[in-house]
Ligand binder design. Structure first.
Ligand SMILES: [Zn+2]
Ligand SMILES: [Zn+2]
Length: 533
């Protein structure tokens, strides 16, 4: 069992005990244990009962349950609880806004035992009369279920990219078979609901074992070998892209390369990921295709965390690894003091970190650590430290992490106040979205981008494959307004630096060039930009 599995099992045990009316001290003990274990940074696998009992805050009785979990994958207690609970009830726990108490009410008072039944009950307006619910709660629950339904059978691009090579390798074993991904995957869309593969002949190889791991449908397109390139183009771009380039006017036929196809239509060759039918059409029509940003253009990595706040690696480990990867600067942006849940830095800790940075920088000749902070944007739009602390940083990423429930006007205003703060350098993950999990607060992108332009603030493209926020569809607007885009991994451990790649993928979808990318600047140029504010 992984640590996460253990924590999940403990949490579920606690919830089920509460659901079945057990003593609250007992149920809380499980929740607390799950929380404590979730913070530990080592593997539990192979730990003995004695080891577990010595963990601070873990009582004897829970320790024995953990040992049982590690040994057998479950506990007698959990099995007993699961037996007397309808399986659909456990699903209800995963709906945002539903705690055990509410699930219990829905079950006991309305007889609801599954997510489907709950949605139906919302539509029938039956939750409103329940004690402690009301119309607002009902709307929230309904929204959460609908969001979840709309997002099942979808995958993050990064997940697909991990699973796909095995499939293509398998197909490549068949003599003479040409197989390439087309559609959303080839366009590197941030969320994938269908995998399409183009083949020049019927496949004789069984790919079931890999397809079974993919919760999205896999569609094979088979074409005549002489029409392969034509079909590659036809199946890569969106319908809108193909329509706007007049693809229909072209007869299927023998093309050597995609470049030939676009040439026959009078256009330069656009990279597959850009073929969306949006801004790329203007570039194609103008005949001058931009040189898109590439990972090799990036000179440094801004916005990263360390053990000072909620990161896994130390400041030195993060910086050294960044340098090893060939970057010339590293921006540390641990959480600010209001972010208690994430180990936000007190003023003393900020100063401590800054003197460590001075010491480390003295040891580098070809590399620089920049003193940054990811400052929470407070409810009123202000930053999280007094001015005499704010001015000690080389740069500040300002992000919203709390009170995410805002309407568009309020969210936009809150962001703009933060952007207008003279110490803000970069606006962090502008909408707070988590792909397939949370839509993010609504903002008026144009107003936010205008404010960034007026205040010389850059906008983050958070490169984590679950965020990719700012949405790439707004990048052209940033470029038009002269707002630089900063591709930031928001790395919480060394491996997080590799997410830069996903940021670059969507940046290219948005046609970003290196001239408009903040961290494609050399250190000297970057410091000039920061100093201008
Ligand atoms: Zn953040
Ligand atoms: Zn962060």
């Amino acid at each position: 069992m992984t640590n996460d599995d253990v924590c999940e099992a403990l949490e579920l045990t606690g919830k089920l005990l509460e659901l079945h009316g057990e003593n609250p001290f007992k149920t809380k003990a499980y929740a607390n244990a799950a929380y404590k274990l979730g913070k530990l940074r080592y593997d539990f696998e192979g730990k003995t009962l004695q080891d577990i009992e010595s963990i601070e805050g873990i009582g004897k009785s829970i320790a024995s349950k953990i040992a049982e979990l590690l040994e057998t994958g479950t506990t007698n207690e959990l099995q007993g609880l699961l037996q007397k609970t309808p399986p659909g009830i456990i699903d209800l726990f995963s709906i945002k806004g539903l705690g055990v108490k509410k699930v219990s009410q829905l079950w006991q008072e309305l007889g609801i035992e599954s997510v489907g039944e709950l949605l139906y009950a919302c539509n029938e307006n039956r939750l409103v009369s329940l004690k402690g619910f009301g119309a607002k709660t009902q709307d929230g629950i309904k929204g959460a279920i609908e969001f979840r339904q709309a997002n099942t059978q979808k995958l993050h691009y990064a997940t697909v990219e991990r699973l796909l090579p095995a499939m293509l390798e398998l197909l490549s074993k068949q003599q003479g078979l040409r197989a390439e991904v087309v559609g959303q995957v080839r366009r590197k869309c941030e969320v994938i609901d269908k995998i399409e593969i183009l083949l020049n002949a019927d496949k004789a190889i069984n790919t079931d074992s890999i397809e079974a791991q993919l919760p999205v449908p896999v569609v094979y397109h088979i074409c005549e070998p002489e029409n392969y390139v034509y079909n590659l183009v036809a199946l890569t771009g969106t319908g809108s892209h193909l329509e706007k380039i007049g693809f229909k006017s072209l007869a299927p036929g023998h093309f050597q390369s995609e470049k030939d196809v676009y040439k026959a239509l009078g256009f330069p060759l656009p990279e597959p990921e850009t073929r969306e039918g949006l801004e790329e059409i203007k570039c194609l029509a103008s005949g001058s295709w931009p040189q898109l940003i590439d990972t090799a253009d990036l000179k440094g990595i801004l916005h990263n965390h360390s053990t000072y706040s909620d990161g896994v690696n130390t400041l030195k480990e993060m910086a050294d690894y960044c340098r090893e990867l060939g970057y010339s600067y590293f921006g540390i942006c641990d959480h600010s003091r209001s972010a208690g849940y994430a180990g936000g830095l007190s003023i003393d800790r900020v100063l401590e970190q800054q003197s460590e940075i001075d010491r480390l920088n003295a040891g580098y000749t070809d590399f620089t650590i920049l003193k940054g902070i990811e400052s929470d944007i407070l409810g009123d739009g202000s930053l999280d430290y007094p001015e005499d602390v704010l001015k000690t940083f080389d740069f500040i990423v300002a992000s919203i992490h709390s009170n995410l429930k805002m309407d568009e006007e309020r969210a936009t205003e809150r962001l703009i106040r933060a952007i207008e703060n003279p110490y803000t350098s970069i606006l962090g993950h502008p909408t707070g979205r988590l792909l397939l999990a949370r839509p993010g607060y609504p903002i008026q992108h144009r107003k936010v981008i205008d404010a960034c332009a007026a205040n010389k603030v850059s906008i983050e493209l958070n490169a984590h494959p679950y965020r990719l926020d700012i949405d790439w569809r707004w990048i052209h607007c940033c470029m038009e307004k002269g707002v630089k885009v900063s591709i930031n991994p928001d790395a919480h451990q060394k491996a997080g630096f590799h997410d830069m790649y996903y940021g670059v993928c969507v940046a290219r979808k948005g046609l970003l060039t290196k001239e408009h990318c903040l961290n494609a600047l050399s250190l000297t140029q970057l410091l000039k930009v920061f100093a201008k504010q």
